[in-house]
Structures are given as structure tokens and as C-alpha cells.
Design a protein around this ligand. Structure first.
Ligand code: RM4
Ligand code: MN
Ligand code: MN
Length: 465
């Protein structure tokens, strides 16, 4: 068993000293590997050295699993290749500790600039080879120097995924308010401001090489009778059409839905059906985006995924986990079996619905307790685990059992895949991509958070929620 260093948040002496600003709060252990700047790539040498601690345990575990899977007819190399190829975007607002409705607790060494955020994604990507993209939220992260930002991202092998507009917060430049809605507002001048903002976001994305826009609206109402449902939906549809028509020809529009919050009686785009209707109203390159946190408890999300993929309309996918609603918890931390069932439909759709584009994957979670980078590493691991398990499902056997109406066998087949410990496959995929066999253990033993604190300070606050 390899010893894991404790996280900073668990260090009581540090907690006690937190309010003191001037005294250096952290003792740096100079024997630990140190980096001149975290902006520097975690290079192969450092990662090899890390991996040498785990390789002896890993290899036999992997070979044993690979052999037993091959015996069952699984093409293990294909699974490894698919795991290596999966890239999940990190949203620019997930790199700091997120707030709650009641407060914002900064995590130490949070990224204070877009450059810092990109270098954080670079760390996660170097450790996992699974986070090769960043998704920017505008206006939280407007680049100042586009070329410098693009160069930095390219040097870390990071692409710019969908850009996200924000019409749920008023901006200082506005002389009107989104208080009663943005794209749905009864006042056409407010709708116009919201549309213009989306066009500016597209412009920002164009300069960075992004090619999709995600729209999530906080629009809705808090009290029965407050809003005319039909008018709000009609206004939203017209506004979205305008935005859609202004996108470059090779861009996609992703439309999110959410049943409640921040409005508590109604939201204009409350469910996947409404989103799909709007996407179809806009045109071919408009799609529905499924965010796992945007459903009422017990909703059958896997069935929604299947329906959308059959229609070729699942464009984007936001991962997170929750117990009650949009809780922003680490992917797979509460309902891993549900995540597997969802991935099972995603895999089925990717294999059987060529009319559906490859969905734009993103983690949409930002909690306030953990080290944000460790949280993202755990989310990526959970995504890969559920994906690998879904790839192991005996699709032929399942179809046969479905034809025979053999519900028992159907369940056996699904759970046989789900109950496989696929982690050696993930480790092998990372090893083959020159990433870390054990990302979190390496993150801790390389003392990365301390290094970030040293560079950025204890009290930096990342822009975001
Ligand atoms: C929303 C939604 C969006 C995200 C914001 C920050 O609930 O999930 O995707 O941009 O949060
Ligand atoms: Mn989302
Ligand atoms: Mn959300």
C-alpha cells in the first residue's frame, strides 16, 4: 500500500493559522520535487518517477483482468484506446471552490486569472490525459491577450470547448436588469441585451478556436400567475433563433434545461422535451444538452439520453452527481450505478446512432469542501470507470435476452459489467498515454497544492459561482 500524504484541508495547524496573513503559513519541504512554476508542464520524467512507485502492483492486476476479459470476448485493446481518446472539458468555474447559496469559502491557491485556470487544467490533463479542453464562462473569463492564452493552452495540449453565456447575472455595463428574465423577458430591450451578450460570447469563442455555444437560462418565475408561460416560451424561442442564425456555419448551439432553481415555481426551459422543441425550432446545428444535476430526483436520465440520441439531438453532456438537485457533487460520488446505466445508453447511442454527433463532454461541478483539482481528478476517474464498464456490456447477449423477455438475464448482463473492477484498465490507459497511474496520489506526493499556494497566495479567489 502506498502512503498518501494528507490534504491541506486536513492539516489542523494550517486551519488554525489561516486568518494570519503576513506570516508564511506553510513550511515547504525542500526534499519534495519542486517546480519552478506550475505553468511548467508536468513532464514525462516527473511522471515516470511517480509511476515507478505503482507499476509493480499495476502490471499483474492489469494482466489478470485483461486475460479474463479477453476470455469473455472483450477486445481489451479497443477499450484502452477508447479510454485514451475520451476527453472531457473542464469548466473555467470549477477550478476554485464553489460557493453555496449562503457563502463563498475560498480554497487556498485558487487560480486568480484565466492563465492560472488554464495551467490548472494543464496539471489535471498531464496527470490523466483525459482533460484536454477548457470551457469558458463569459464574462467571468474574458481573455485579455488572446494570442498568449491560445499559446499557453496549446503548450498544455488544451483546446477550447463550448463557450458559455451568462444572462443570469447583471453586468456593470447594463442599464437594464435580468431580474425578471433574459431571453424570455417581456421587455424587448432586455431580450436584446441578452441576445447581444450571446453574440459577444460567440465572438470570443471564435477568436479562441471554439466552435459551440452553450446557453443555460435562469429564466422562469417564482409564483403562480407571475409569468405568461406561452409568451415567455415564445420570446425565448425567437431570441434563441436570432442567436442561432448569428453563429458561424460550423458552430453548434447547445440548449440546457433545468426544472427549478434559481426560480422555484417554473423555469422556461424546464425539461429535455422543451429543449428539444427549441433546438428543432432553431435548426440542424442546435442540440439539447443534458446536465445530470438538472433533473428532479428519480428521473430516468438514461432513457432521456436514449431518446435524444435516437433523434440525433444529444449535443452536450454535463457530468456531476447529486442527492437532491443541482448539488454540484463529485461525479459518481452518490449514484454510481445510475451513472453506469447512463453511460450504457451513451455507448449504445455512439455505436448505433451515427446521426448523433459525438457529444461535447464537460464536468459541471464545483463544490466548496474539497481541493478543486482533487475533486476534478475524482470526477474524471468516475466518468472513465462508468464508461469502461459500459464498454464491457455484452451488447449481443443483452439484445438476445431482451428478445427472449428474460429480465433476469438482462440484469445479470448489465451487472456483470458494472461489478467489474475496471480500474486497472484506466491505469493502463493512462500509463500508455504517459500520464499518471495514480493521479491523486501523485498530485499529493508532488505537493502541487502547496506549490500553487506559494505562487498565488492563500487568499486568491477564482471567478465563478
Ligand atoms: C448552471 C448550468 C450551467 C452552468 C452554470 C454555472 O446550473 O449547469 O451549465 O454554466 O450553472
Ligand atoms: Mn450545466
Ligand atoms: Mn447546473
Amino acid at each position: 500500500m502506498v502512503e498518501w500524504p494528507t490534504p491541506l484541508s486536513a492539516n489542523p495547524s494550517l486551519q488554525q493559522q489561516r486568518p494570519v496573513d503576513v506570516v508564511p503559513l506553510i513550511e515547504f519541504d525542500i526534499s519534495l520535487p519542486s517546480f519552478k512554476k506550475m505553468e511548467m508542464k508536468l513532464n514525462a520524467e516527473i511522471l515516470n518517477e511517480q509511476n515507478s512507485r505503482f507499476i509493480e502492483t499495476h502490471k499483474p492486476e492489469y494482466h489478470f483482468l485483461a486475460q479474463s476479459l479477453e476470455k469473455k470476448g472483450v477486445q481489451v485493446n479497443d477499450v484502452i484506446k477508447k479510454l485514451q481518446e475520451l476527453q472531457v472539458a473542464i469548466p473555467s468555474w470549477a477550478l476554485g471552490a464553489g460557493g453555496t447559496r449562503f457563502g463563498r469559502f475560498s480554497y487556498q491557491g485558487e487560480p486568480a486569472s484565466l492563465e492560472n485556470k488554464i495551467s490548472d487544467v494543464g496539471i489535471i490533463h498531464a496527470l490523466t490525459n483525459t482533460a484536454g479542453a477548457i470551457s469558458l464562462h463569459i464574462p467571468w473569463d474574458i481573455p485579455k491577450d488572446y494570442n498568449a492564452i491560445k499559446e499557453l493552452a496549446a503548450s498544455l495540449d488544451i483546446k477550447f470547448d463550448a463557450v458559455n453565456s451568462n444572462t443570469f447575472q447583471d453586468q456593470p455595463s447594463m442599464n437594464k436588469s435580468y431580474r425578471f428574465g433574459s431571453l424570455c423577458n417581456t421587455d424587448s430591450s432586455v431580450r436584446e441585451i441578452a441576445i447581444q451578450h450571446n453574440l459577444e460570447v460567440i465572438d470570443t469563442g471564435k477568436k479562441l478556436g471554439s466552435n459551440s455555444l452553450t446557453v443555460w437560462l435562469a429564466d422562469g418565475s417564482n409564483f403562480p400567475g407571475q409569468q405568461n408561460f406561452q409568451e415567455a416560451l415564445q420570446n425565448t424561442k425567437e431570441s434563441l433563433k436570432h442567436i442561432y442564425k448569428s453563429m458561424p456555419d460550423d458552430w453548434k448551439l447547445f440548449i440546457e434545461y433545468k426544472p427549478y432553481e434559481p426560480n422555484f415555481y417554473s423555469t422556461v426551459i424546464q425539461d429535455w422535451g422543451t429543449s428539444l422543441m427549441l433546438a428543432e425550432g432553431c435548426g440542424q446545428r442546435a442540440y439539447t444538452l443534458v446536465d445530470l444535476g438538472h433533473h428532479l430526483p428519480n428521473t430516468n436520465i438514461e432513457q432521456i439520453v436514449a431518446t435524444l440520441m435516437m433523434k440525433g439531438k444529444l449535443g452536450g453532456f454535463h457530468f456531476n452527481d447529486s442527492k437532491y438537485g443541482d448539488d454540484d457533487l463529485t461525479v459518481g460520488s452518490v449514484k454510481p450505478y445510475a451513472l453506469f446505466l447512463i453511460w450504457n445508453e451513451l455507448v449504445y447511442g455512439m455505436e448505433n446512432n451515427p446521426n448523433n454527433p459525438s457529444p461535447a463532454w464537460m464536468i459541471d461541478a464545483s463544490h466548496n469542501i474539497k481541493d478543486p483539482l482533487e475533486d476534478l481528478l475524482q470526477s474524471l476517474e468516475a466518468i472513465q470507470i462508468a464508461y469502461a464498464q459500459a464498454l464491457l456490456v455484452d451488447q449481443k447477449g443483452l439484445q438476445e435476452a431482451q428478445k427472449q423477455q428474460d429480465a433476469t438475464l438482462c440484469q445479470e448482463i448489465l451487472q456483470d459489467a458494472y461489478r467489474t473492477d475496471v480500474r486497472p484498465l484506466l491505469r493502463e490507459a493512462r500509463l500508455c498515454s504517459s500520464a499518471a497511474i495514480e493521479p491523486i496520489a501523485s498530485y499529493r506526493s508532488l505537493n502541487i497544492r502547496n506549490q500553487l499556494i506559494k505562487e498565488r497566495g492563500l487568499h486568491t479567489v477564482a471567478s465563478g459561482l
